[in-house]
Write a protein that binds this ligand. Structure first.
Ligand code: PLP
Length: 505
């Protein structure tokens, strides 16, 4: 008999609640003249905006807004909320993206009125506490990354990359170096080449070897006086540690190039290894992955950039500094300028600092060790059905290939990802990195219990076994069937993006 109470961890038990009839749009619920509330007549003079604003700022026709009661409004958004899959609801093993559970302590700290309600234009004398949060977090990040100085300002990982590359460009300009290209391994995250291009450099792809690591011999062939630097991450984008990082660093430094570390996901190394010790000069990290802010649609992010001592003078400004009497703001002497309004997405800093202080140095190192342990546990558990793309011990994530399942049954990585939704799990990342055929990239993170990992492995194995039956395999092309929306045409949605109200017609 099925036990009445679900075991700890495991599948998300709210799937039936998530299904049901499709939710109409808020405009479908609209009834002319209906309102959430009415304003009392206060006797205050009503001013016609047209008498105050220049004509070019006035609309020709009123904005079309949904007209609904408060009750309908709350019902609509609450129903939508219940149909979302979230990190709070269940297992979310999205490789490279670190969708991990964020402790509620971070929410509590971020909501402290003295932290949440400070006006960005408040004078320095009134934000001494905030500046201390910023300086302390910068100190912790430089310690964690092995760098000399940091800026918290960039709003996301991709903006951190651009900031780091502009620092790289400023460094070369200051030395009169004429550099044109930045090297990037073929397994790199898509934002890397995009940032390189935005920074005015040419992205040159370096091939990986059969072990999923940078092919150092091939790399040597690319290194010349025009190389401004290399963008790498270690562990790399397939979750493996680049053991030859010292050789790579020496090669790049031999032409006065800089090593950029894409530290979007620091989960595997915090408290265990430091990019600075590996020879890196610039590091960005995503506070909205490793340090207690949700990644994705969960709110603002932060992609701080830390640099080695010789690059500190190029950091963006203004930035918080310690003084004899407290804290102030300053501009580095050769700053690349401002990259964000005010001090950046400050509330994310409070969350990160609360998380770091709660765990302490030992706790952060344990976090990384557990992330690596969980990934290797899961990798070994599913290996008979889902062979790893690379056999080496992985770090915080790993990539499997379902090329054989596809060949035998026609079931693709995408079908398996969709079938997992019916099992109550979020899908792993699919078809990334591009160098692995039919890839599933799985990042369990440190926060999940063994029961959850076991339940996920069982579901994956059960799906693999289903592909051996031709009818069951065929039905997987239509999965999922238990979620509010069934299989959508993702390519069409991306190619014909319509965000206007007219999309309803
Ligand atoms: C390896 C890597 N680099 C960079 C980024 C970009 O970070 P963001 O999404 O905050 O711009 C990501 C995001 O998932 C990533 O996984």
């Amino acid at each position: 008999m099925t036990p009445a109470i679900a075991p700890a961890g495991g599948k998300a038990s709210s799937i039936p609640m998530m299904g049901g009839t499709p939710e109409p749009t808020i405009f479908d619920l609209s009834v002319a003249g209906r309102r959430c509330g009415t304003l009392r007549d206060t006797g205050i003079e009503i001013i016609d905006p047209a008498s105050q604003l220049p004509p070019e700022y006035l609309r020709d026709a009123p904005l079309e807004l949904a007209e609904v009661s408060e009750r309908d409004l709350v019902g609509h958004y609450t129903r939508l909320t219940h149909r979302q899959f979230s990190v709070d609801l269940g297992f979310y093993p999205l490789g490279s993206c670190t969708m991990k559970y964020n402790p509620k302590l971070a929410d509590q700290v971020a909501a402290i009125p003295g932290i949440a309600n400070v006006h960005p234009l408040a004078p320095v004398s009134l934000i001494q506490g905030w500046l201390e949060i910023c300086c302390t977090l910068e100190d912790y990040l430089t310690e964690i990354t092995g760098m000399a100085a940091a800026t918290l300002a960039p709003a996301a990982g991709a903006q951190g990359e651009l900031t780091g590359l502009l620092i790289m460009e400023a460094y070369h300009r200051s030395k009169g170096n004429s550099k044109t290209k930045v090297l990037i391994p073929d397994s790199a995250h898509g934002t890397n080449p995009a940032s390189v291009t935005l920074a005015g450099y040419r992205a040159v792809t370096v091939p990986s070897n059969s072990r999923g690591l940078v092919d150092v011999e091939a790399l040597a062939g690319f290194v010349d006086e025009e190389v401004a630097g290399i963008m790498l991450t270690n562990p790399n984008t397939v979750g493996l540690f680049e053991a030859e990082i010292a050789e790579i660093a020496a090669l790049i430094h031999s032409v006065d190039g800089l090593l950029y570390y894409d530290g979007a996901t620091l989960n595997a190394i915090v408290g265990v290894a430091r990019p600075g010790d590996m020879g890196f000069d610039i590091v960005h990290s995503n506070l909205h992955k490793t340090f207690a802010t949700p990644h994705g649609g969960g709110g603002p992010g932060s992609g701080p950039v830390a640099v080695a001592a010789h690059l500190a003078k190029f950091l963006p400004g203004p930035y918080p500094v310690r003084t004899e009497n407290g804290f102030d703001v300053a501009y580095p002497e050769a700053s690349i300028g401002r990259v964000h309004s005010f001090f950046g997405n400050a509330v994310v800093y409070a969350r990160a600092l609360a998380f770091m202080k709660a765990l302490g140095g030992d706790g952060l190192a344990m976090m990384s060790r557990l992330a690596v342990l969980n990934a290797n546990y899961l990798k070994a558990k599913i290996a008979p059905y889902y062979p790893a793309a690379y056999e080496t011990t992985c770090m915080h994530e790993f990539v499997v290939t379902v090329a054989k399942i596809k060949k035998d049954s026609g079931v693709r990585a995408l079908d398996i990802a969709k079938a997992l939704l019916d099992e109550g799990f979020h899908a792993p990342t699919v078809y990334f990195p591009l160098i692995v055929e039919e890839a599933l990239m799985i990042e369990p993170t440190e926060t999940e219990s063994r029961q959850t990992l076991d339940a996920f492995a069982e579901s994956l194995i059960e799906i693999a076994m289903r592909t051996e039956d031709s009818d069951a395999a065929a039905s997987m092309h239509d999965a999922p069937s238990k979620t509010p929306a069934s299989r959508v045409d993702e390519a069409r949605a991306a190619r014909h993006l319509v965000t206007s109200v007219d999309a309803r017609n």
